[in-house]
Structures are given as structure tokens and as C-alpha cells.
Design a protein around this ligand. Sequence first.
Ligand code: NAD
Length: 470
Amino acid sequence: MVHDSHYYDGAWQASTVSDAIDVISSATEQVVGRVPRGTAEDVDRAVKAARRGFEAWSQVSVEERAQWLEKLAAAMKTRVPQVAEAISHEVGTALSYSTKVQVEFPVMMIGLNGRFIRSAKLEDELGHSLVIKEPIGVVGCITPWNYPLHQVVCKMAPALAAGCTVVLKPAELAPLSAFMLAEAAHEVSLPAGVLNIVSGPGRVVGEAIVGHPDVDMVSFTGSLAAGRRVGALAGDGIKKVCLELGGKSAFIVLDDAPFEKAVAAGVNNCMQNSGQTCSAWTRMLVPRARHDEVAELAAAQLAKLTLGDPFDPATRLGPLASAAQRDTVLDYIETGKREGATLVAGGGRPAHLGTGYFVEPTIFADVAPGMTIAREEIFGPVLSIVPCDTEADAVRIANDSIYGLAGGVWAGTKERAMEVARRMRTGQVDINGGRFNILAPFGGYKKSGIGREIGPLALEEFFQLKAIQQ
Ligand code: NAD
């Protein structure tokens, strides 16, 4: 999985310098791939290709664009095992989960965007005006490592469907699936300049994309700190920005909920992808009178989630993506202990897994809302159980966060859960076990971001409105 070229203008292009970034397996700590460490010059060439590509692509009919997306999805479908294996190395995701969630799901989403654009209403009459939705132009896409292909597809597929062209910078830790996407685009002969990829560090390649005068819009997913910087640079260039940032989502379990079912669902949600999920329910808010029972149920559920080699079929939770990520998570666990939370399960590095960036899945109980582990995004397998006095108290604590990305409520009735969900200041809420919906918009309130991804409404981000008076 060694790549020495970027992909732009419909061809593999040598990097302007020969520096490379090693891709490390989170399970073996060995190098499993290499991608070029791009420069601002590489970005400039890719953006120029995207600008030329836009002239033609924006004029391609909706039906043809939909068909291109379907062809790209079909070419990716033949690559599912290789992509899943690469992501399991990069991120540590257990292979079975990786295959379904990290690869099959986003591959389906590529094709689905063809369907979305076919049924989109692109013109409307308002009085004597014709209002037209036009593609915004060249879109710079910058993505994180936790669901690497999914994050890319969430931006690329609606952008291309809307008639935009894309310059993508994948995450340094997990760039390989983006290169496989470029191979698929090349195989189906996607027109030159439509999908362009330059790999490299955020500070260099990312900032060159955001600051480039020929990039019309930036769609960024990543941390709050980097999102702030991207937002400021984009603001300077007066360009539209979409930011998908962090979270500290709350799951409210109300006193009439079926506790066994609800707590198991909450633990599974928090721990998926070893907690490296922006929307993870990392705070479980429970009635104070039932707190100890919840802690026991949560520990029992956690014991069912086997930690181990991502390529072992028995594994549910793999290692974290990097040594730095492991150390950050271990620091938070120590902070939790120091600040007086009760350690219920986990709490350190697993003794039996010496190689790989493993952290034991960890549960803290008696967590006070002001504790660091209840406030900051840890981005690892750490659940905080927070006792609450009343339903109103739970809603207040849930909303007392700088973030507002996702959340959950479980109550005795749908009506009660719905009423609480409406009071939560967050972009998504699942009630009483409601499942993920590929048609539903996803994105954040507050410092979780600006804009929405996923489903037909994601297309709206990539349009410019023109009004013609007649
Ligand atoms: P990160 O911010 O470190 O990096 C994300 C991407 O931004 C990478 O490609 C990186 O190279 C690039 N980047 C970094 N600094 C930059 C800069 N100054 N200018 C331009 N680009 C820059 O985040 P990460 O560690 O890769 O990902 C984890 C974070 O992503 C978590 O906070 C998580 O919650 C968030 N996330 C959010 C969503 C969402 O949909 N809201 C989804 C997944 C992950």
C-alpha cells in the first residue's frame, strides 16, 4: 500500500517533493503503507485541475452525474475487502465492523447520492423570480481518521452530485482508503479534475486548500481546535465553510425506561469503534436512585465486548488509532481517578496486549457534571455515568456542554422520550433505541459545527442560489 503520487487532473501525479508519511498499523505498530507528504505547490496544481474540471462538470446533466456516482460506487464495491483491511490497520476497527460500517455503508452512500440529486428540486418560481440552485464551485474537503472513507464520502458524494469538483486532503493517520477511491475513480474514467486528492499534513496541505483563492467552499471534519483555524482562514477568504467537529453527547435514561436494554444500548453506543466516534454517547445520565444498578448493568455489558486483535473474528473492540491517541485517553482516565470518579471497569492498558495501541474500555460512575471527563471530548473508550435528580436536571446537564452533536433518550413511552428529545440542544437524538438513518441530516449545534452532512439535505450545502427576475 505504497503511494508516491497524488491524484489530480485525472492522473497520478508525482509529488513536488519526495517526502512521505508512513501509515502505521494500530495493532502491530508496523508500517503498512506510505503516502506522499504534499506541499502548497501540489495543492495549487490540484486546485487548478479542479477549477478546469468544474467548467465541464457543472454543465453535465443531473442524470449523467448520478450515473457517474453509481459507477464509482460499483468500482468501490469490488474493493471492499482491501479497504476494510486497510482501515482496520489504520484505525484499529474490528474487521467485521470495519467491513460493514467503515466500507459497505459509505460505498452505498456514494450511489445513494445519485438518487438524491435525481429527485432534488433545482428550480423554483417565487413570484416573478426563477430561483436556481447552482453548484458552488471547487470544494476543499479535509477529513479525519476515525471513519476515514465515510468522512470522505459524506463530503465528496453530495459535492459531486451537486455539480461541484473536489480537492480532498485525507487524514495523515488513515489516508489509504482515499487512494483506493482515486483508483476506483481512475478505473471508471471519472472526468479529469472532478475528484482530486493531495495527501499531507493539515498545517501545510490543509491550510493551502483552505487559503487557496480558487477554492470556493471548505468542508472540514475534525477537532474543534483545527476547525477554529479552518473557520478563521475561510472567513478571511469570504468562503463558505462547513464544520463537523467534536462532541460530548448525552444519553438520558429516564426512571421508567427498561434499564437492562437501555444501559446495554448506551454502553454499545459509547464503545463503538473503541470510542473513536464523534457522536458517541459518552455521558450516561441516570436517575440518582438507580445509579448503582446502572453501574452494574453497564459493567456486565462491557464485559461482553472483547478487546483484541482487530483481525480476530471474536474481537469487538480493537486498539486506538495511534500511540498519541492512546496516551491522551490514558491521561483522561488518570484525571477521572484523580478528580474522584468511581472506577467501575477498565482503567489502564490491558496486560495481555503488549503490542498495539490498546486501552481497556473504561467506565466511571459517580461522575459529577463539572469533572473533566464529563466535559471534554476524550475520543476513546471511556463512559461517564452521571447521576441526576430529576428529568429537568438531566436535560439541563445534557445541554450544559459546549458541544451538541448527538444524543439519546430512553423512557417508558415514546411520547415522554420525544418530549425530552425536543428539549435537547443537539443535532441528532435517538429515542427508545431508534436506529441510525442514512437519510437523516447529521451535524452539530454549538461548537459541534456548522452545516449538515448525510441524506438528501446534505446536497443543500453545495449549492449557490441565483434569482432571475422575469
Ligand atoms: P484533527 O482536527 O486533528 O484533523 C482533522 C483533519 O484536519 C486532518 O486531515 C488534519 O490533517 C487536518 N488539519 C489539522 N489541522 C489543520 C489546519 N490547521 N488546517 C487545515 N487542516 C488541518 O482531527 P482528528 O484527530 O483527525 O479527528 C478527531 C476529531 O474529529 C474529533 O474531535 C472528532 O469528534 C471529530 N470528528 C467529527 C465528526 C463529525 O461529523 N462532527 C466526525 C468524525 C470526527
